[in-house]
Design a binder for this molecule. Structure first.
Ligand code: HEM
Length: 248
């Protein structure tokens, strides 16, 4: 195939309404030119990171809207917007798999070009780490203290699958999806640079393990554990064996 001809076509002329509205000229110039790539996998490496940055921008913007909607207790709208965030999170995790098609050697060639760069410098990731604290404050102000209710009532003694429960579960889903991303990312690191490697900041990648245990909304996890303790009166004790029914 005529590589140059097709590469020119990929850039487009930037003149059509679609191209103008989406600013495709600038968008498609965000990656290195083909002749500047250290190897063919570098294009994929850049694109996956850039796309994930865009998903995080969309998620963070949506979380701002969710906060406003929670304050107005528009719970149906909150749930719809959370669905959008959760889908972005699922895509962020599944898209990491693309990078597993890159060989460890191809990645070493790319890695040399990354300086001391680290995903911890990602603007999208940094803002997403900050926002849950404010989201929880709003949830508390509207659905908990603002409504004179506790999570124990919402999840157990007064459980009726109401909006306070649904929004809490949407927050828990955000927490869980965040962990799924971090776990998949850790596997990607093992696959690319090995288990005992150092990051470009010279730190062992195992420092990411602390993040794997982070919970944004610890109360939403402890409410379940407390229920398990309460409901399981025989918790920790061996219960009687279930009796099998005699044959009819
Ligand atoms: C071959 C692919 C990848 C490798 C080998 C890799 C490797 C690493 C390493 C070694 C760290 C720790 C850095 C430090 O010590 O500061 C890190 C952190 C991070 N990386 Fe990646 N990464 C890859 C792909 C990605 C992609 C596609 C994203 C997309 C957003 C990403 C996002 C992040 C984030 C957000 C952190 C910080 C995580 C946290 O603090 O829990 N990485 N990565």
């Amino acid at each position: 195939m005529d590589r140059e001809k097709y590469q020119k076509m990929m850039r487009g002329a930037g003149q059509l309404d679609y191209e103008i509205y989406l600013n495709t000229e600038a968008l498609l110039a965000c990656q290195k030119k083909p002749e500047d790539l250290c190897n063919p996998d570098e294009l994929q490496f850049m694109i996956v990171h850039q796309i994930e940055e865009l998903w995080m921008k969309l998620m963070a913007t949506t979380l701002l809207d969710i906060d406003d909607e929670m304050k107005a207790r528009n719970s149906f709208k909150v749930l719809t917007l959370f669905r959008r965030v959760h889908i972005c999170q699922e895509m962020m995790t599944s898209q990491l798999a693309l990078l597993e098609t890159m060989s460890p050697k191809d990645y070493q060639q790319i890695r040399i070009l990354l300086g001391n760069g680290s995903g911890q410098e990602s603007p999208g990731f940094r803002v997403l780490l900050k926002m849950p604290e404010d989201l929880w404050a709003t949830y508390d102000a509207v659905y908990l203290s603002g409504d004179s209710r506790t999570l124990e009532q919402i999840y157990d003694t007064e459980y009726n699958h109401d909006d306070a429960y649904m929004v809490a579960e949407a927050l828990a889903e955000f927490d869980e999806q965040f962990q799924k991303f971090r776990n998949a990312h850790m596997q990607l690191i093992y696959r690319s640079i090995g288990v005992a490697a150092n990051s470009l900041k010279g730190r062992p990648v195992e420092i990411l393990n602390a993040g794997l245990r982070q919970k944004f909304f610890p109360d939403l996890w402890s409410v379940r554990a407390e229920m398990t303790d309460r409901w399981g009166g025989t918790y920790g004790k061996t219960r009687d064996k279930l009796e099998s029914k005699p044959d009819a």
